[in-house]
Ligand binder design. Structure first.
Ligand code: CP
Length: 305
């Protein structure tokens, strides 16, 4: 399968075979089969919006396999502040690197960047639109723990309106035969066009506002933070804030084997006592960002076949 020079912008651009191929490569990398696999590869790490996991795991990923990176964690120190456009920024940086990882607050920014870059662009999150590398590490973690993705009962809980991780993940899961439960307060429901995508894919899904309706059925509960930064109206945020929280008590009312996932950062939607249970998967999930991002960088640069 040839990914060379291909940008990774939306999860919907990847077929199920391509998703599985990336997961297989990630597993090989995690098993140390590609030491030095990114030697001589230079990554531009361009973060126009805050990040801990995505940026630092990209930077650790490339360094650990023999490559290098440069970039910024905040555009305040760049010529964007003098009025330079995104297109001109990318047209310049594309000459300094082999691959670009970019996070930007505007939906569609990664697609625009990929249209002017001469190297592959990896979308590290664009507004509330897509976060494809997060989805790949989510799928990798699910497969690592359950040995499969097909047939699982998966609940997506929280901010399904603005959460880019659940937008990407629900699209990817529609390629697998899972049962999906969309659990959110009414004002944070999954936007209609994502539901239409699920309808078209033929995936089975239900929507509810209560975890207690479905908790006993779930193999995985994927919890998300309410995306405060995306609310136009602070009063709307206040209405939604604190409307769900996973505690030991909540866990006790769910299936005993349920795994709790979360893209992180969390604010208060999972209490710290849950971290100590066998159900908590979110830090293993975050750590899987390394092999998965190594696989993506390697494949799109042609350094890993
Ligand atoms: N999951 C995720 O995207 O985390 P960061 O915002 O810390 O990168």
């Amino acid at each position: 399968m040839d990914f060379k020079n291909k940008s990774v912008i939306s999860i919907r651009d990847l077929s199920k075979n391509e998703l599985n191929y990336i997961l297989d490569k990630s597993a090989e990398i995690k098993n140390n089969l590609h030491p030095e696999g990114l030697k001589n590869i230079v990554l531009a790490s361009l973060f126009f919006e805050p990040s801990t996991r995505t940026r630092l795991s990209f930077e650790s990923a490339i360094t650990n396999l023999g490559g290098s990176f440069f970039g910024f964690a905040d555009d305040a120190s760049t010529s964007v502040k003098k009025g330079e456009t995104l297109k001109d920024t990318i047209k310049t940086i594309t000459g300094y690197c082999n691959v670009i990882a970019m996070r930007h607050p505007l939906e569609g920014a990664a697609r625009v960047a990929s249209e002017v870059a001469t190297v592959p662009v990896i979308n590290a999150g664009d507004g509330s639109n897509q976060h494809p590398t997060q989805t790949l590490l989510d799928l990798f973690t699910i497969r690592e723990v359950f040995g499969k993705i097909e047939g699982l009962n998966i609940g997506l809980l929280g901010d399904l309106k603005y959460g880019r991780t659940v937008h990407s993940l629900s699209m990817a899961l529609s390629a697998y035969n899972v049962n999906l439960y969309l659990i959110s307060p009414e004002i944070l429901q999954m936007p209609e066009h994502y539901k239409q995508y699920l309808d078209k894919s033929g995936i089975k899904y239900d929507s509810t506002d209560s975890i207690s309706d479905v908790g006993k059925k779930l193999d995985i509960l994927y919890v998300t933070r309410i995306q405060k930064e995306r609310f136009g109206d602070p009063q709307e945020y206040e209405k939604a804030a604190g409307s769900y929280r996973i505690t030991l008590d909540t866990l006790n009312k769910m299936s005993s084997h349920v795994k709790i996932m979360h893209p992180l950062p969390r604010v208060n939607e999972i209490t710290y006592e849950v971290d100590e249970t066998e159900n908590a998967l979110y830090f293993q999930q975050a750590h899987n960002g390394i092999p998965v991002r190594q696989a993506i960088i390697g494949l799109v640069t042609g350094a890993i076949k």
